[in-house]
Design a binder for this molecule. Structure first.
Ligand code: ADP
Ligand code: MG
Length: 668
């Protein structure tokens, strides 16, 4: 029989199809199963329009691997193909019988209700040539008595011959390619692999995908062992036991009691069929969602919460999103891969689609299913598209609003969320140069020094009394360190609240925010911090004037280290504090110099002294006695500077000199 040539220009095109369109050969199974599902849909649709008695339950897809022949059969009892259809649909590259079918019935209501048609490009079938050296398609069309066998070895073209088939449907046989040193095709004959591929790509095909699977199970008749029928050949009379067989300790009886397994072949459905996200929310329990999460997203801990979001409109999609209970160990490293699973009509297209989530919500897990997205021809990638941006935008807003609900209604869970993922939110503000600040600032929480609990910015602002126009904060390396800050005590005593910020990113994020609700942020170590009364201010000024000479002398000793030395009334019981007078705070300097490529950015340091502290009185005395003991004054100054440095959470420059100074002082 004469071979017919493939229509279209194109052995080259076919070659291209097989070798260049797909990067991942395992998707051939997804393509063939999707075709089978389309064929079943079409047959079901036809039965509806013809009022036949066919039910969905009769329709199925079947996989049959055969290790001896090295064949994999994918069959369905769908609509089948006539001789012409075999030629047109499989003989013409980029001809999709399915798309034509969809267009033909576009106006039919049943079409949208009951069908989930997948095919559209007319190339998926050829992906099978990635794994098969020869393919046969035996098909009998619904309503026809004839069957036909299509056969092809790829580039050579194909043949179509009359054949026999008892029932309607299509049987596709793949003759797997020979294994080579690099490539092993036998894996596609393994139950384990096939089951895995079905679960990965085709779990939500709405028809059962079945396979005969060998399993071993416990033999049933073990327990009701009957003495009379006992087949052990030992003489019961010699047996010490009085032959209650179950308690008999003799070897033979014991052996017989070992559980026995048998191998059985069971017809097994590989896919779970109903996508959770298409089920009615009202019927689903937390348990269902959690189970789905632990099954699908490789986490053994149940999620903190789930978001089930279906939307219709210009673009329709269903999604189920989860916030995990714990952060993956590599969340903040470069190799963390964020993304949602993307499905088109229930068939998985991408395992991890990055574009669907902004980086600051990168911890969210879940999936999106939409029939509206434009796929590229291999269905492995998407056409960069407006629709994708629309979905991403919708999800971003939805995630935020769900988090806000959590914040307002389930505070404890929200705090747990924020402890785990709050850093992502803060980084989101910083890394967007503040562009996302308005969007994200409602989600922020900080420890309130006054209330000893986490509060939101809004709560801070709402609790302000009229004359406080700024949001006070303190940055440091840990909450413990912050709580011991001398200035903090001063503010708390005066009745102010202060937000404590122990994360490295905190101050950098604040700099990117333009205050909150019209209130600017102010560090409590900022010299512009304006909380003293006029009288207090005057008093400090006066003392400053009185001690002018002393302060100058101190500055001289510390020359090159500080740009200013002054008095303050905000130090409670500490003698001295180091603060920054410039735009870079001490905390920022610390964070920057801790970076792997350590920066040299320095804060403009100023030393503030507490005139009420006994140490100040000693300093003054040392100053007066400078003529006799020049060294003592210097040591005092250096020590005050050193302790202020330590209290600011910084390292003292020269620990050796520091130790020497203390020893000298002890010897005096
Ligand atoms: P697509 O699925 O995008 O249409 P394919 O290359 O996968 O493209 O398939 C081409 C066409 O072959 C399908 O549109 C369909 O008309 C036909 N076809 C493929 N497999 C089957 C099948 N199992 N049963 C009936 N028709 C099929
Ligand atoms: Mg297809």
């Amino acid at each position: 029989m004469a071979k017919k040539q493939f229509k279209t220009e194109s052995k080259r095109l076919l070659d291209l199809m097989i070798n260049s369109v797909y990067t991942n050969r395992e998707i051939f199974l997804r393509e063939l199963i999707s075709n089978a599902s389309d064929a079943l849909d079409k047959r079901y649709f036809k039965s509806l329009t013809e009022n036949s008695s066919l039910t969905r339950g009769e329709l199925e897809i079947r996989l049959e691997p055969n290790k001896e022949n090295r064949t994999l059969v994918i069959s369905d009892n769908g609509i089948g193909m006539t001789k012409d259809e075999l030629e047109n649909n499989l003989g013409t590259i980029a001809k999709s019988g399915t798309r034509a079918f969809k267009q033909e019935h576009a106006d039919d209501e049943k079409m949208s209700e009951d069908m989930d048609v997948i095919g559209q490009f007319g190339v998926g079938f050829y992906s099978a040539f990635m794994v098969a050296k020869k393919i046969t398609v035996l098909s009998r069309a619904d309503g026809s008595e004839e069957a036909w066998l299509w056969e092809s070895e790829g580039l050579d073209g194909y043949t179509v011959e009359p054949a026999e088939k008892d029932s309607v449907g299509t049987v596709i046989t793949l003759y797997l390619k020979d294994n080579t040193d690099d490539e092993n095709y036998d894996e596609f004959l393994e139950t384990y692999t096939l089951r895995g591929l079905v679960r990965k790509y085709s779990d939500y095909i709405r028809y059962p995908i079945k396979m005969m699977i060998e399993t071993s199970r416990l033999k049933k008749d073990e327990s009701d062992h009957d003495n009379d029928e006992c087949e052990c050949e030992h003489d019961h009379d010699e047996c010490e036991c009085e032959h209650d067989h179950d308690e008999c300790e003799c070897d033979e009886c014991k052996e017989e009691k070992e559980p026995e397994y048998e191998t059985v072949v069971e017809d097994t459905t590989l896919n779970s069929m109903v996508p959770l996200w298409r089920r009615n929310k009202a019927e689903l329990t937390d348990e269902d969602y959690n189970q789905f999460y632990t099954d699908k997203f490789h986490d053994y801990e149940k999620p903190l919460c789930h978001i089930h979001y279906n939307t219709e409109g210009a673009i329709s999609y269903n999604s189920i999103l989860y916030i995990p209970s714990a952060a993956p160990y590599n969340l903040y490293s470069k190799n963390y891969k964020r993304g949602l699973q993307l499905y088109s009509n229930g068939v998985m297209i991408m395992e991890s689609c990055e574009d669907l989530l902004p980086e600051f919500f990168g911890f969210v897990k879940g999936l999106v299913d939409s029939s509206d997205i434009s796929l590229n021809i291999s269905r492995e990638m998407l056409q960069q598209s407006r629709q994708m941006r629309a979905i991403a935008n919708g999800l971003k807003k939805k995630i935020k609003s769900e988090l806000e609900k959590l914040r307002d209604n389930e505070r404890e869970t929200y705090e747990k969320f924020f402890k785990t993922f709050g850093l992502s939110i803060k980084y989101g503000i910083y890394e967007s140069y503040g562009m996302e600040a308005d969007f994200l600032s409602d989600l922020l929480m900080y420890e309130s020094a006054k209330e000893n609990r986490m509060i939101t910015l809004k709560e801070y602002v709402e609790a302000l009394n009229e004359n406080q126009t700024e949001i006070y904060y303190a940055c440091g390396s840990s909450l413990d360190e912050l709580k011991r800050m001398p200035t903090l005590k001063y503010l708390l005593d005066k009745g102010y609240d202060v937000l404590l910020m122990p994360d490295n990113v905190d101050e950098f994020a604040l700099k990117m925010m333009n205050g909150f609700e019209g209130k600017p942020f102010r560090s409590i170590t900022d010299k512009e911090l304006n909380i003293s009364t006029e009288d207090e201010k005057k008093e400090v000024e006066q003392k400053q004037e009185e001690n002018k000479e002393l302060l100058e002398a101190v500055k001289e000793v510390l020359s090159g280290k500080v740009c200013a030395v002054r008095l303050t009334n905000k130090l409670s019981d500490a003698p001295a504090a180091l603060v920054s007078d410039g735009p870079v705070s001490l905390e920022m300097e610390k964070v920057l110099s801790d970076l792997p490529n350590g920066s040299e950015v320095k804060a403009e340091r100023a030393l503030e002294l507490n005139p009420e502290h006994p140490a100040f009185v000693s300093l003054k005395k040392a100053m007066e006695n400078r003529a006799e003991d020049e060294e003592k004054f210097k040591i005092f100054v250096e020590l005050l500077y050193d302790q202020a440095t330590l209290l600011a959470g910084l390292k003292i420059e020269d620990p050796y000199e520091f130790a020497k100074r203390i020893s000298l002082l002890m010897a005096k």
